[in-house]
Design a protein around this ligand. Structure first.
Ligand code: DWN
Ligand code: SAH
Ligand code: ZN
Length: 401
């Protein structure tokens, strides 16, 4: 099947179909009897600009609304990560104006606000935006797009930094976003964004990074092409270890900043990344992980062993719904997020419970859905191991640890 690229209108060739999937962050109340929304989750690659993207778009209001449950503050590692980012932006100019798209609960901007630096968060999900405001962050409850950007420019002046973490890849209407960036960014300003990196996703076969909210899987090459088409230039890239491997892209107006050697090095490394051979290989490894995981969980059930999930991630919706994992295979998922607890995970119907329930009593096996936070979680759950518990992971392959 071929569709049209959301960046360049070139032909998008599908290479992986992950089937009928629910909204990844739609945790339902147990008494909610309304039918769930499903869509077809499939990924393709543009033959012209190499952008990897979903072939079906979910309307944004279905995903990002008052009850959007994800909060950035749920991980100590991420809190520290965003404090570091904020400190760099605070020091980037005299009296800078820092705008964050998808500021969520204000985890990054709160450091900027506390330093008395001019800032604005743009966040359409009302509940998490309220958390940011409660922490002293100036936030506008809106989707960022061209009209919003023009409005902000008129009211607050040009931005020295426009930043988006794990947000730009959520936005299919990229033309409007980049026209907005052009309208809002100061002549010597920077547009900085960080998202899961296609290179890491392919290398680790972390197919669960693909779900409704993750519309694009960026690479240096596809971002370079995208920037050029919109009058911007990719001037720097940084590889990040967070969320299973990301890249932070720095864009500026042409000629304003020299392009670093890191950009050319990453482009060279990516020579084959968007080829059909590489992407078809990825798709084949996904099917192997699916078969191995179903076999392992089925075997454990037959032996009467309990398995509990750890971390009700958006990513886990892709895994459970692709593999047909329900409460018969995974008893419940424990998670620290208040808005997910005592709800049912989307599609699978697996109950979500507070982490205290994990130890009550410990199961023999825990399926680590939040594998990107493995170090942090395994450190805080040492007692599970000490009690003889074993972790199950499926990235980069199914293993019992
Ligand atoms: O891109 C996105 C990223 C930034 O966040 C969004 N589209 C949605 C969301 O994706 P996710 O849900 O896959 O993100 P995380 O950060 O992998 O989610 C971790 C989950 O695990 C959260 O629900 C919190 C929970 N958790 C926990 O229960 N104990 C996390 C940690 C670190 C813990 O110790
Ligand atoms: N930046 C945070 C949150 C990422 S989750 C972090 O890295 O942890 C993605 C966020 O993007 C959600 O809070 C969602 O509401 C927001 N979002 C989605 N579309 C947006 C848009 N058009 N403009 C601004 N934010 C958007
Ligand atoms: Zn394209």
């Amino acid at each position: 099947m071929t569709t049209e690229c959301r960046i360049c209108a070139g032909p998008v060739e599908e290479f992986l179909d992950l089937g009928r999937q629910p909204l990844s962050d739609a945790f339902r109340r147990p008494d909610d009897t309304r039918p769930e929304f499903f869509y077809r989750l499939a990924v393709g690659v543009c033959g012209t600009c190499s952008m990897v993207q979903l072939v079906e778009e979910v309307p944004r209001e279905r995903m990002f609304h008052e009850d959007y449950p994800y909060v950035s503050r749920g991980s100590a590692v991420m809190r520290e990560h965003f404090r570091g980012v904020a400190e760099r932006f605070i020091a980037i100019a005299d009296d800078p104006f820092v705008v964050e798209l998808g500021c969520n609960d204000g985890t990054m901007l709160r450091t900027v606000a506390e330093a008395g630096v001019r800032h604005l968060g743009v966040e359409p999900s009302g509940g998490v935006a309220d958390l940011a405001a409660a922490d002293g962050v100036r936030v506008r409850k809106d989707f960022f797009e061209e009209a919003t950007a023009r409005d902000i420019r008129a009211a607050d002046g040009p931005a020295d930094v426009i930043y988006a973490a794990n947000t730009l890849c959520h936005i299919p209407y990229m033309g409007s976003i980049l026209r907005g960036v052009d309208a809002l960014l100061a002549p010597d300003g920077v547009f900085v964004f960080e998202d899961p990196y296609l290179g890491d996703i392919v290398e680790k076969t972390s197919f669960d990074q693909i779900y409704d909210e993750h519309f694009f899987l960026f690479s240096a090459r596809s971002v370079d092409e995208m920037a050029r088409r919109h009058g911007l230039e990719l001037v720097d890239v940084e590889r990040l270890a967070v969320h299973g491997g990301e890249v932070r892209y720095w864009l500026a107006r042409p000629g304003v900043r020299p392009r670093t050697a890191a950009v050319d090095a990453l482009l060279a490394e990516e020579a084959e990344l968007a080829s059909r051979v590489v992407l078809d290989g990825f798709a084949n490894r996904v099917q192997k992980i699916r078969a191995d995981l179903v076999a392992l969980l089925t075997d454990l059930r037959e032996r009467g062993e309990r398995v509990v999930g750890y971390g009700a991630t958006a990513k886990s919706a892709t895994v459970t719904n692709l593999c047909g994992i329900g409460p018969d295979l995974v008893e419940f998922i424990c998670d620290t997020t208040p808005a997910k607890q005592h709800r049912l995970a989307p599609g699978s119907g697996i109950p979500v419970r507070p982490p205290a329930d994990f130890a009550d009593p410990y199961p023999p096996y825990a399926l680590l859905f939040a594998w990107n936070h493995a170090e942090e979680i395994m450190a805080k759950e040492r007692a599970f191991r000490d009690a003889g518990g074993k972790w199950i992971t499926y990235v980069p392959e199914v293993r019992v640890l």
